[in-house]
Ligand binder design. Structure first.
Ligand SMILES: [Zn+2]
Length: 558
């Protein structure tokens, strides 16, 4: 059984975790790393598995815009943004106009991608949770239990909090920073606080101190405790996290202890998911360059990107390196899962994976998927009509859906060829002959001459020309692979390439014939014997044939 279906069954059978409300959270501290897609898609899968099991369920995504800016992404203007360090992300201006805030800009960008991948979570902003008063009850509970929470920290994570530590930071009314304040007392209505110049290395407080209500958005609870409070405020019953949060003594252990011992809220159904790495690296979303969700989204069609996340079990790491053949292989595996789906439906795990990889519904039965690497090859031959080519391969005309899939694959194949394909996949007919020509043996040269002769004929169907190329190698007793290698060396300077007939027909015919002959010309060629044969053939067809003129023509040709 597919893991998300298995989880859904466990959740249903347990009788706990109702109403079914799955959630994931993210701090929009900069361009959101592609790895963050793993969390939200994993939750989307459990949510969809619950729906498919006939249950009603909700999926939400909390954007933690009340978190402070604690690092500057390197792609931002340091001069402009340095001053905002320590402020809540919702209060910092957007790098681009048209967005309410810094947080809003990066969150919108990510949500757009999440939606394009077929996940439509209800978006909840952390600030709204605080301002609406939904967090007030929890804030009061944890402030009242400050001393108990200090003990819990000590016991669970070994971290010793000083006796004047309170689980809250307020927004300094003077300088607007939240990362620099320290709460030093709580009288049941207001907290006393100081805005400290040296509380953290990344931001400087203004020195202001005073008393303020901790409620309605004036402050925020530290992350590990806040997690539990948000479960309570929203009513979340299902929430896992990346394995970094699920270690022993880590965030999840603290949040669970807060649930059980402070706020009396049931710990949601949880699981620890693995990371999505790019070329072996887990990159920081706030500081790292590259590998943002947006960049990945530009590289793969939505269903394929979703498939990348859906296919492995949640607890298997995904290491995606866009170079080499990763992308064509991914398309191939997807197409294979499509076949499984149309054959066995959900009964097959691969079929179920295909179904869950769809942004909407799976395409109609027996949809023809043009193979990605073939699309990439023929794309490089401008004279090949791709629709016609794949219609021939399918044996029928392409449906509208299939044409859309083809168009989509053309788009992504162009990107792959431009940015990630291994050099040998990028074919361009070389202007000059490659050195490798010298390696061709006599039989291969004989073959090239035959190819030149065949190419001079009219070929309306490339398949027939391809067959003729095979037959020619056979007639010379030359293994087909060696024969075709000869063609590729002459045209591309490489030992392999796309189907030779299409490649040859796509070029300037005369120039190609000349080139083939030039390479083949290194051999002794019995012109007279050829001419005699030709004259005989022509005389047979036309008794009045001018053999002298024909001889001259043949010489010119050769
Ligand atoms: Zn201040």
């Amino acid at each position: 059984m597919y893991w998300a279906d298995d989880f859904a069954q466990q959740i249903i059978k347990s009788g706990k975790h109702q109403p079914y409300w799955a959630d994931d959270m993210k701090t929009p501290s900069g361009r959101i790393h592609v790895g963050s897609l793993r969390g939200i898609i994993s939750h989307d899968l459990i949510y969809k598995a619950l729906l498919d099991a006939g249950k009603s369920a909700t999926l939400s995504y909390v954007i933690e815009n009340q978190d402070p800016m604690d690092g500057l992404p390197i792609y931002l203007d340091k001069k402009k943004y340095q001053q905002y360090m320590g402020q809540p992300l919702w209060s910092i201006p957007s790098p681009k106009s048209g967005y309410k805030s810094y947080a809003d800009y990066f969150a919108q960008d990510f949500i757009e991608i999440v939606n394009a991948l077929g996940a439509k979570p209800k978006i909840i902003y952390g600030l709204d949770l605080y301002r609406s008063g939904k967090m007030n009850q929890g804030i009061k509970q944890v402030l009242d239990a400050a001393s108990k929470i200090r003990q819990l920290y000590k016991k669970i994570s070994g971290s010793a909090k000083p006796a004047d530590w309170y689980p809250l930071q307020v927004i300094c009314p003077k300088c607007g920073k939240i990362g620099t304040t320290k709460v030093t007392g709580w009288d049941g209505e207001k907290v006393s606080f100081k805005c400290l110049p040296a509380l953290v290395k990344w931001a400087q407080g203004c020195g202001h101190e005073g008393k303020i209500s901790p409620f309605n958005g004036n402050g925020k609870v530290p992350w590990k405790i806040e997690w539990a409070l948000k479960w309570q405020a929203v009513g979340i019953t299902i929430e896992g996290a990346g394995k970094d949060h699920m270690t022993e003594g880590g965030s999840h252990d603290i949040a669970s202890a807060i649930c059980r011992q402070v706020i009396n809220y049931p710990v949601p159904f949880h699981f620890s998911h693995e990371f999505l790495l790019i070329g072996g690296r887990k990159m920081s979303s706030s500081r790292g360059l590259g590998s943002s969700a947006r960049e990945m989204y530009n590289l793969l069609p939505p269903a394929i990107l979703r498939f990348l996340l859906v296919r492995p079990r949640y607890n298997r790491a995904i290491d995606f390196d866009p170079g080499s053949y990763t992308i064509p292989d991914l398309f191939d595996t997807y197409d294979h899962c499509a076949v499984e789906f149309y054959r066995y439906g959900r009964k097959s795990d691969l079929g179920r994976i295909f179904e869950l990889s769809q942004v909407k519904k799976p395409p109609p039965k027996k949809t023809f998927y043009p193979r990605f690497r073939e699309v990439a090859q023929y794309l490089q031959m401008p004279k090949v009509n791709l629709t016609q080519h794949f219609e021939t391969e399918k044996g029928k005309s392409l449906t509208i859906t299939e044409k859309k899939i083809l168009a989509e694959r053309v788009h992504y194949a162009e990107i792959w060829l431009r940015d990630h394909a291994p050099k040998e996949e990028v074919f361009s007919v070389s202007q000059t002959l490659s050195q490798a020509v010298a390696e061709l043996n006599q039989k291969q040269k004989d073959y090239l001459l035959k190819v030149a002769q065949l190419l001079a004929k009219d070929w309306s169907k490339p398949e027939e020309f391809q067959q003729a190329l095979y037959d020619a190698s056979k007639s010379l007793d030359l293994p087909a692979q060696k024969a075709f290698t000869a063609i590729y060396i002459v045209l591309l300077g490489k030992t392999h390439g796309p189907k030779a007939a299409w490649l040859l027909l796509d070029q300037d015919r005369k120039a190609m014939i000349q080139r083939l002959k030039k390479v083949a010309g290194g051999k002794k060629f019995d012109v007279l014997a050829e001419t005699r044969a030709l004259r005989k053939e022509l005389s047979r067809l036309n008794p009045n044939f001018d053999s002298v003129k024909a001889l001259r023509e043949v010489r010119k040709e050769i």
